[in-house]
Design a protein around this ligand. Structure first.
Ligand code: BES
Ligand code: ZN
Ligand code: ZN
Length: 472
């Protein structure tokens, strides 16, 4: 989708173009045909005083959604329609919000569907009418890039498990980084063995597909500056392993690499935008399968950190591979580590499907992430990371158990498990190796009804990560 600028609406002449007009005081939406033959989609926005930033995201998407349903190829909009003084948004910010939202609404995963004769109803161009400042244009350009990367992340996550193995995920990372300043290194099984990543190796044992450890490095600043390390769960298919998932829960588990996909595309976005920061992405990639060679419930794995993991449930595999990735992150002496994972169904039970759950022991980081969530549209909500929960994941025959002792607080016990691999050893006190935030994106793995997003992967939290890289 292209975003272009025009002084006057009349310069948009195409018959497949529509004008989308936001009408205050009106409730419904209707399509009006002008004498000139031009179609105008009038979108009622009721009382403009009630507009919020969150509603604006949905409204922007609705514009594209409606234009697509009316088979338009171009949409003209007046920028002033979207400017609500009481929201105190800079023009750059408004441009960013509109561009990301429009791009996201213009995506659908059609790769495996036969195209209708008239072609897929996508918008080729949004023409923004009015006086547009350089500042606004800057926002539109950056937002367009971020929106594109969000959509590429969604396409990657939507790709069926049969066509998205750890090896292919690595190749995809290489492909999308081509032409950017992102350097991609892919470790194979032998190298993973050499690093003693017992977690990654253990989980991947049951699969005919070998594991990969994907490393993306973007040095946008001087090498002296400590990087932000982003860790993304890359389970290309999660059957649950020998603790096989019931059929209704196995559905959609090809998207269990959504965290990895988000990390890959956030870093590519940062590089495309030329953000002057250092960022490293780590994606442990495995397939979790039941077979004669699978890891067993009861197995004790020796993680890269040396800590042993007692596997009580082979379906709690994400935290096991992330443990090794978090240990590997230490090599970079990071200023911040953020891991992103479709980690627990319990997070969805806790917060619903409209926000990801975040965990950190640093109140300032928690506040920052909540703000970045509101700003980017990738909403997050905090859950506790209290030491009291450590009792629940004490191992009987290993140092840590990979599931809690009760059915309760599953998202929290998962986070507390990860925390064990970030904490300095107890003898040295309760400090951390580095500042850390864990984002459980299981709640946002797929889009929900009413968001004006296509069915399937939602692309969270690419927007938030890009904002983080920019601002941290
Ligand atoms: N990938 C799943 C979590 C998940 C569930 C993500 C639904 C997205 C949607 C994860 O590996 C898993 O299976 N977690 C278990 C943990 C349990 C065994 C302690 C879960 O949530 O049930
Ligand atoms: Zn699982
Ligand atoms: Zn999983």
């Amino acid at each position: 989708m292209e975003i272009t600028f025009a002084e006057k609406e009349s310069s948009v002449k195409d018959t497949r173009a529509v004008l989308a007009a936001l009408i205050p005081g009106k409730k419904e939406t209707e399509v009006v045909r002008l004498a000139s033959g031009r179609r105008v989609i009038e979108i009622g926005i009721e009382d403009p005083k009630n507009m919020t930033r969150r509603k604006l995201v949905l409204l922007a998407r609705k514009v594209i959604h409606l234009a697509r349903s009316h088979k338009a190829a171009r949409v003209a909009v007046n920028l002033s329609d979207f400017a609500f003084a009481h929201l105190h948004m800079s023009e750059e910010d408004l441009g960013w919000l509109l561009a990301t939202s429009w791009e996201m609404a213009n995506f659908e995963f059609v790769k495996y569907k036969t195209a209708p004769e008239e072609g897929w109803p996508f918008i080729d161009e949004v023409v923004i009418v009015g006086k547009i400042s350089a500042e606004a244009k800057k926002g539109f350009a950056a937002g367009g890039v971020v929106g594109e990367e969000v959509n590429k992340c969604r396409a990657l996550a939507n790709t069926p498990g049969g066509e998205m193995t750890p090896q292919i995920l690595g190749e995809e990372a290489r492909k999308v980084a081509r032409g950017t300043k992102v350097k991609v290194t892919i470790l194979g099984k032998k190298e993973i063995e050499k690093l003693k990543m017992g977690g990654v190796l253990g989980v991947s044992k049951g699969s005919a597909e070998e594991p990969r450890f994907i490393i993306l490095e973007y040095w946008g600043s001087t090498k002296k500056e400590k990087p932000i390390v982003l860790v993304g769960k890359g389970v290309t298919f999660d059957t649950g392993g020998l603790n096989l998932k019931p059929s209704q829960h196995i559905y959609e588990m090809h998207m269990d690499m959504s965290g990895g996909a988000a990390v890959i595309h956030a870093i590519v976005a940062a590089a495309r935008l030329g953000i002057k920061k250092n960022v490293v992405g780590l994606v442990p990639a495995v397939e979790n399968m039941p077979s004669g060679s699978s890891y067993h419930p009861g197995d004790v794995l020796v993680s890269m950190s040396g800590k042993t993991i007692e596997v009580l449930d082979t379906d709690a595999e994400g935290r096991i591979i992330l443990a090794d990735a978090l240990t590997y992150a230490k090599k970079y002496n990071p200023k911040l580590v953020v891991d992103v994972a479709t980690l627990t169904g319990a997070a969805m039970v806790a917060v619903g499907q409209r926000a990801s759950a975040i965990f950190t022991s640093d109140e300032k980081l928690e506040q920052l992430f909540r703000e970045l969530g509101e700003e980017s549209g990738d909403y997050v909500w905090p859950l506790p990371l209290w030491e009291e929960f450590e009792e629940e994941i004490k191992g009987t025959f290993g140092d840590v158990a990979n599931v809690g002792k009760t059915r309760y607080g599953g998202a929290i016990t998962a986070a507390v498990f990860l925390h064990q691999f970030i904490k300095k050893d107890s003898a040295a006190g309760s400090g951390q190796l580095f500042p850390w935030v864990h984002i459980d994106i299981a709640p946002r793995m797929t889009a929900v009804e009413g968001e004006h997003l296509a069915k399937g992967a939602a692309g969270a939290p690419v927007r938030l990560l890009v904002k983080l890289i920019e601002k941290f």
